[in-house]
Design a protein. Structure first.
Length: 365
């Protein structure tokens, strides 16, 4: 008997994980007859293929709850679903630990997609021991970079599969051409951009410290775009250090590509990643890239420095040095951007989406 696919993604925000979820769900809906999605966010039904069934809480009161409350609500929905129908293959995007345990409780197969490198997980050793046990109960574990795969396999003794995040170069270029009136960036300044959730992981405060350290030595404009719990902290730093003239802090941007297009360089300051979509998008637009050499993803995307420039993690002075280097060596760095652009085929959308389909198809029959 053919099973039905149940995609488990408790919280849909606006990041790379969610972009991949929409791309993959809509791609699979044309190849798999029955797909159900469990999530807290019923407002995103319009973005999904009409053939996809959506299971959400009846009430909207949980929409603005904390992430773990959303997990609990959606885990209860998953429990109720499996209680009455076990002819599913679960494909989990988030809260993998809980989804795996439930799958084993109901004797249902599960494919788990892990998004963030183990280096960014809890330092709680007991939690890591428990996770090592749980993750190896999954029927398959998918990660999004080979460095991530190596790290996960070493840390948890699992045999994960690497599938790169899919990128649609044509779509990124199309969105970048949407008209934008944005006078903040100008020809006299070095225009920098960072797009991502404002969290400790993304570490945007480091970029602000580098801008402050440069102390107006070179004309710089910086745009940081993304919501998150660190947003007020970043805003406060900008105001206290009189950086408002040089730094703009925006909320979530539905179309960041038109802003990236206007920038000279993209700066990624993360402490850890999986495979940052935003670097791929910056490469599509042939932007100079400055990035930490964090685990995992940037080293693969930037080909160990051939397609971008690295700065030391948590070192704002080194970042300031690299920003100054851009101003003086744009022509040299532009050559690196072309190397990145010409090697984007590894992340081709159709190729990588089909890899997901083939793995899921194996467990659906």
């Amino acid at each position: 008997m053919k099973k039905k696919l149940l995609i488990f993604i408790p919280h849909i925000g606006g990041g790379g994980v969610e972009k991949n979820f929409f791309l993959l769900s809509n791609y699979l809906s044309k190849r798999i007859k029955s797909i159900t999605v469990i999530t807290i966010n019923k407002e995103f039904k319009k973005d999904l293929d009409k053939r996809i069934n959506l299971i959400t809480p009846k009430s909207n009161r949980w929409k603005n709850s904390g992430i773990y409350i959303k997990y609990i609500i959606c885990i209860s929905l998953l429990f109720k679903t499996l209680l009455f129908d076990r002819q599913y293959l679960i494909f989990s995007f988030q809260a993998n630990w809980y989804a795996i345990i439930l799958s084993k409780l109901f004797n249902v197969k599960i494919v788990s997609r892990s998004n963030t490198a183990p280096e960014g997980w809890s330092n709680n050793n007991l939690k890591k021991i428990l996770y090592k046990f749980v993750i190896n109960l999954a029927d398959a574990v998918i990660v999004n970079s080979y460095e991530f795969r190596k790290s996960l396999n070493k840390t948890f003794n699992t045999n994960s599969i690497c599938i790169y995040n899919p990128i649609n170069k044509k779509e990124v270029l199309k969105q970048s051409k949407v008209y934008l009136k944005f006078k903040f960036f100008n020809n006299k300044s070095l225009n920098l951009i960072n797009v991502g959730r404002c969290t400790g992981q993304k570490n945007q405060i480091l970029i602000l410290k580098a801008i402050k350290y440069l102390n107006k030595k070179i004309p710089i404009k910086l745009l940081i775009a993304g919501r998150g719990k660190e947003f007020p902290k970043l805003d406060d730093f900008i105001k206290k250090n009189n950086l408002s003239k040089y730094v703009k802090l925006f909320d979530f941007l539905p179309n960041p590509h038109k802003f990236i297009k206007k920038a000279d360089a993209f700066v990624l300051s993360s402490n850890y990643e999986g495979l940052p979509n935003v670097l791929l998008e910056a490469q599509c637009l042939k932007k100079i890239i400055l990035s930490t050499k964090c685990p995992t993803g940037p080293k693969e995307i930037l080909m160990n420095g051939k397609a971008g420039t690295f700065f030391k993690m948590n070192n704002y002075k080194d970042l300031a040095k690299k920003i100054d280097y851009i101003k003086k060596n744009k022509a040299i760095l532009k050559k690196k951007t072309l190397i990145g652009y010409n090697n984007l085929n590894r992340f081709d959308q159709e190729t990588n989406l089909n890899k997901y389909y083939l793995i899921l198809k194996k467990y659906l029959t």
